[in-house]
Design a binder for this molecule. Structure first.
Ligand SMILES: [Zn+2]
Length: 262
């Protein structure tokens, strides 16, 4: 992962500036959009409470989570998050690839949606922040926009992708990269990817409907915990990811015999 450190001040200025200039307006108070939007603050206590509540699903004795995609714990956690989306006033649906999507409608139906969100499945023996923070923070942002009556020109979709850790099923279905033969692959849940999609409410027979073409999503933003310690060591609160580690896995069979050198 290559991260360019950015101070919190720089980040706030950039994002608030972009938001105010690009698409934010406050209902009934046109000329004051900029002033209002820069003073928005999320409720950190509420967000932390949700992180804690979500951590119950698949909790391990060590305090982490084993919530592999398509497991019972994953299914229950998705139901919990769907309730949060509904409480935030969003219209929820599950797309054909099993992605959970909540939509906040916009003041102008002609603009394509902004997407934000992450995943809530985990690797076996995973932590409580990977994916969860980005998912729940997205909902918190929507709740804050609702409470402050901030109208956006774009619809705002919160998306919880399916099976991020076992093949990036949901996100690759959206980008059109998911291949039909992958539906037969087994997952750590004991279900194949196809069975798993059906288990969480999707429909693998209609995968193509989950696909979004160029221009159909205005922008996508994912908040994610740092997958390393660079920012933490540097004392920087937030950074923008410019590249990530590419993972390749091979099964290698070596024929021969073992001797003292291996
Ligand atoms: Zn993640």
């Amino acid at each position: 992962m290559s991260v360019k450190p950015m101070t919190r001040r720089e980040f706030t200025l950039r994002t608030a500036g972009a938001a105010a200039g690009a698409f934010v307006s406050v209902r009934g108070e046109p000329g004051q959009a900029r002033q209002k939007s820069t003073t928005l603050r999320v409720d950190g206590d509420r967000l932390n409470r949700w992180v804690k509540e979500l951590s119950v699903f698949g909790r391990t004795p060590e305090g982490g989570v084993s919530r592999v995609a398509f497991s019972e714990a994953d299914h229950q956690a998705r139901s919990y998050v769907r309730r949060l989306l509904e409480e935030a006033g969003l219209d929820t649906r599950i797309d054909a690839a099993g992605n959970l999507i909540g939509r906040r409608t916009s003041s102008d139906p002609l603009f394509p949606p902004l997407w934000t969100g992450s995943h809530i499945d985990s690797v076996p023996e995973g932590g409580n922040y990977d994916g969860n923070v980005g998912s729940l923070a997205a909902i918190e942002v929507v709740r804050t926009l609702q409470e402050r009556s901030v109208a956006l020109r774009h619809p705002l979709d919160v998306v919880i992708f399916s099976n991020e850790e076992g093949g990036k099923t949901g996100s690759r279905a959206v980008s059109g990269e998911l291949e039909r033969r992958e539906l037969e692959l087994p997952t750590a849940s004991g279900r194949t990817i196809g069975e798993g999609i059906r288990f969480i409410g999707g429909d693998p027979a209609r995968l193509d409907e989950a696909r979004r073409g160029p221009g159909e999503i205005a922008a996508f933003l994912e908040l994610h915990v740092e997958q390393g310690g660079i920012l933490e060591q540097a004392g920087v609160d937030i950074g923008v990811v410019e590249g990530i580690v590419g993972i390749r896995r091979w099964n290698v069979k070596v024929q021969g015999f073992a001797n003292h050198a291996g």
